[in-house]
Design a protein around this ligand. Structure first.
Ligand SMILES: [Mg+2]
Length: 221
């Protein structure tokens, strides 16, 4: 489990994985989700937030609950909630260099929408580095951690999970990944040195860039 030299494909979550968790972009999206939930479920903000969080925990994405129980048009939802500024997402030339050095296809795997994933990766300076921005629509609106999302990703790209490394900041998403055979890396900014993790977390790092630079790339030199 310690060698990366057999890895042939690289899968990255988007939010809080490819950009630092300090960015408040996800809070802005969350606030727009609360607005949206309040509108379609006719709830005041506090109750809307509660329902938003319940759907998130139950299905892996608020959208899945809204489609199932409120007949929401997923495109309308994605367009609305992702209409946020990205001013605090900074161009990261070093990240681009490191990701670009990973041999084999690199894929973004997000519960968000493709257009938004395109905006974020462009803003980071990562455009052109990924063969696909695999979004919730490509996953048939099954969000991570539902196995269907992973199965669609595997089928679309012909992945061998045992030779695919998946980077993600949401631990529950790594449970499904592990169950399906993926190799996993948790992006865990609050991890303590020497902290131990459950078996579905094969590796953990507080910094994606140093992990790629110091742990992965030396095996390919
Ligand atoms: Mg994330």
């Amino acid at each position: 489990m310690t060698s990366f030299s057999g890895i042939q494909a690289w899968v990255f979550d988007l939010d809080n994985t490819l950009y630092p968790t300090g960015a408040t972009i996800y809070e802005r999206i969350g606030a727009r989700m609360t607005d949206y939930v309040g509108r379609v479920a006719d709830l005041p903000p506090e109750a809307a937030l509660e329902l938003q969080e319940r759907y998130f925990h139950q299905y892996g994405a608020t959208l899945a609950g809204l489609v199932k129980h409120h007949g929401v048009d997923p495109h309308d939802f994605l367009h609305y909630v992702h209409d946020v500024h990205l001013d605090d997402v900074e161009h990261d030339a070093e990240l681009a260099h490191l990701i670009g050095a990973l041999p084999g296809p690199r894929i973004v795997f997000t519960n968000g929408g493709r257009e938004y994933a395109g905006r974020v990766t462009a803003r980071l300076g990562l455009d052109g580095l990924f063969v696909d921005l695999f979004d919730i629509e490509a996953a048939g609106f099954f969000p991570k951690p539902q196995p269907e999302a992973f199965e669609k990703l595997i089928a679309r790209h012909g992945l061998d999970p045992r030779r695919t490394l998946f980077f993600e900041d949401t631990p529950v998403n790594l449970e499904t990944a592990h169950a399906l055979g993926f190799r996993t890396v948790l992006i865990a900014p609050a991890a303590q040195p020497g902290e131990s993790f459950p078996e579905h977390i094969h590796h953990a790092t507080d910094c994606l860039k140093s992990f790629i630079r110091e742990r992965i790339l030396p095996e390919f030199r």
